[in-house]
Design a protein around this ligand. Structure first.
Ligand code: F6R
Length: 611
């Protein structure tokens, strides 16, 4: 949540910061601000988008070669100019931007107020700024020591950048649980909450670890831990291109990312399937393969769309590899007393690799002695580093807040894992193995064909754009697709939508059905086809409007449904990869027609780094 960008070097900081904030806006977009240090610190901040901040600053003084910027997703205090970051300490000696939550902020605030300090915002961040200043003035320590001492008193998460007029050639960055990456240039450094603002300047980066403090001057970077011991700098090379971060002619990132799926799926399986030897080789899992193959149980932990991918994984792994799978919301898993031990394999799924609940659940599973694996999209992210081993989805950067290509890439990895384990356990014949691989290879072309129906999806969207509610129904592996379709619609169009197993409809949701209720069925030809046909009839008998995703050539459902969307036939195990695409596009068009901000839906942010 929230985006951080910082710069110290020889060029004008402000353009670097504004450009960086635009790149980061997908992480939070309720307010934005910059602080520029040029002897004194100048702060500009505004409620609203980065462009509103830019308009506000236009014509004002921005001269500075040290500065930082922030785009906010509110936690403490409503989005307004005062609560926007950066925050300054009472006497103006320290200015900070911060991601995460200071959990003990009210105790700290009270202590500081008892000392006579004044507060102007409702944020936890201002408390931290004042705490640093209080320590600095009362204990007569250096800027660096004041910041480390303050951070030692903090309970909670922080990705923090600080500047001080007391040491105007120093920028300090520190992290606990909230990611920060530093780009290394020539006598210049770039700091950000992810690499997107950095990539156009350098590909040499350092990912801060928990409780690292980086002391950055133009000509040196020193890394320390919270108790001021110097730690090792580990420089990595960024694998990301600027063009990936552009819309490339598409109207929205979400649309681009939906259309990228044939490529992102291919990139995810390419090089991992050895057709000559009939093998699936997931490099990241080689060291733990035996443990995975012999697992008695796999527990998937994830949130949101990644949790839906996990449900598809449950179906695939139980069906093809015969290992019992439980799929847990990370947020629930971490707060009960889960029965996890050294015999379990825990599989964390996350696009961003930074979701706070998933990270905490990983920690808990590690402490319980489980083998913890990850499926993650962002290289170098916290989850990719906290898990024992894992597999990257090669979906490429996903900027649209609603996940699309990361879902299909996650399902692709889960499919490969299920096939690999099934093969290793001798459960899949050579013939079934080859058939599944062939089917997986065929998915990108099938999605291309579905994408060609975009105008048809637009037509359906036009009909249902004013609906107040929608129901999505599927059976078996199509049930998680129904959940995902409903999530896509509600998060970007604000239409209330529910996903249900089709058979559950009779146990409650059927009461909702009337002529105003669009019901989307994922009704492809599989083992439960006849059952789903019955469910469609039940909806039609109550005047519901049926939109059915069917297998190409289906004539039976065409007779009953109001609209049919034909998708190419595929193996039942792989149908989620294709069936989800029309649902993504229908949600996209409906949201657009309702005038919603498709890439940045209200109240949401790309990665939920607070619990
Ligand atoms: C929905 C969506 C969210 C994320 C969820 C988990 O479109 O994007 O539901 O799937 O916040 O995020 P990651 O996968 O980054 O852990």
């Amino acid at each position: 949540m929230c985006g951080i960008v910082g710069y110290i070097g020889t060029r004008d900081a402000y353009p670097v910061l504004i450009k960086g904030l635009k790149r980061l806006e997908y992480r939070g977009y309720d307010s934005a601000g910059v602080a520029l240090l040029n002897g004194d610190t100048t702060i500009y901040k505004k409620k609203g988008k980065v462009s509103e901040l830019e308009d506000y600053v236009r014509g004002k003084e921005t001269k500075s070669t040290i500065g930082m910027g922030h785009t906010r997703w509110a936690t403490h205090g409503e989005p307004n100019d005062v609560n926007a970051h950066p925050h300054q300490s009472e006497k103006g000696l320290f200015t900070i931007i911060h991601n995460g939550i200071i959990e003990n902020y009210s105790v700290l605030k009270k202590t500081l107020m008892d000392q006579g300090m004044k507060f102007y915002s409702e944020t936890d961040t201002e408390v931290l700024a004042n705490l640093i200043e209080y320590i600095y003035t009362s204990e007569d320590v250096s800027v660096e020591v004041a910041i480390s001492l303050a951070l030692q008193k903090v309970v909670g998460a922080f990705g923090l950048v600080a500047i001080s007029s007391e040491d105007p050639n120093l920028m300090i960055a520190a992290r606990r649980s909230s990611p920060l990456v530093i780009g290394l240039g020539n006598n210049e450094y770039f700091i950000a909450s992810d690499a997107t603002p950095i990539v156009e300047y350098t590909d040499r980066v350092i990912y801060l670890n928990n409780d690292d403090i980086a002391l950055i001057r133009r000509d040196e970077l020193i890394l320390k831990n919270l108790v001021s011991e110097t730690t090792k700098v580990n420089i990595k090379t960024l694998e990301m291109s600027i063009s990936e971060m552009e819309k490339q002619g598409y109207e929205h990132f979400m649309l681009k990312e939906i259309f990228e799926q044939p490529r992102s799926i291919m990139d995810t399986f390419r090089g991992r399937i050895q057709t000559e030897t009939n093998e699936i080789r997931l490099g990241g899992l080689l060291d733990v393969k035996d443990q995975l193959v012999n697992a008695k149980r796999i527990v998937v932990i994830a949130c949101g769309t990644s949790w839906h991918a996990g449900l598809v994984g449950e179906y695939l792994i139980e069906d093809l590899a015969r290992i019992p799978v439980e799929v847990e919301y990370a947020s629930e898993f971490r707060y009960r007393n889960p029965m996890i031990g050294p015999d379990d394999v825990v599989l964390a799924i996350s696009q961003s690799g930074e979701t706070a609940d998933t990270l905490a659940a990983i920690q808990l599973a590690r402490e319980a002695g489980a083998l913890v694996l990850g499926i993650c999209n962002v290289a170098g992210s916290s989850i990719s580093r906290e898990t024992h081993a894992g597999v990257y989805t090669h979906a490429g950067i996903e900027i649209g807040v609603a996940s699309t290509k990361s879902f299909t890439a996650q399902v692709t990895v889960l499919t490969m894992m299920a096939i690999m384990i099934g093969k290793e356990k001798g459960l899949l014949s050579e013939q079934r193995f080859s058939q599944l691989i062939k089917e997986l290879y065929a998915v990108p072309a099938k999605i291309e064909k579905i994408l060609e129906l975009n105008d048809e999806f637009k037509r359906i969207a036009e009909i249902y754009k004013d609906a107040s509610n929608a129901l999505y129904l599927g059976r078996g592996v199509s049930f998680p697709v129904a959940l995902e379709g409903a999530l896509k619609l509600k998060e970007i169009s604000y239409i209330h939508a529910e996903g249900y197993p089709a058979a559950e409809m009779k146990h409650g949701p059927i009461a909702l059905i009337d002529a105003n209720m669009p019901v989307v069925f994922i009704a492809t030809m599989d083992g439960s086809y006849d059952k789903i046909v019955n469910n469609i009839q039940e909806v039609k008998a109550r005047n519901g409007e049926v939109i059915a995703i069917v297998t190409e050539g289906d004539t039976i459902i065409r007779e009953m449904a109001d609209h049919v969307i034909e998708i190419p036939k595929s193996d039942e195990s792989l149908v989620s990869l294709t069936a989800v695409v029309p649902l993504q596009l229908i949600a996209y068009h409906i949201a657009l027609m309702r005038g919603c901000n498709v890439d940045q839906p209200r109240n949401l942010a790309k990665s939920v780094t607070v619990e």
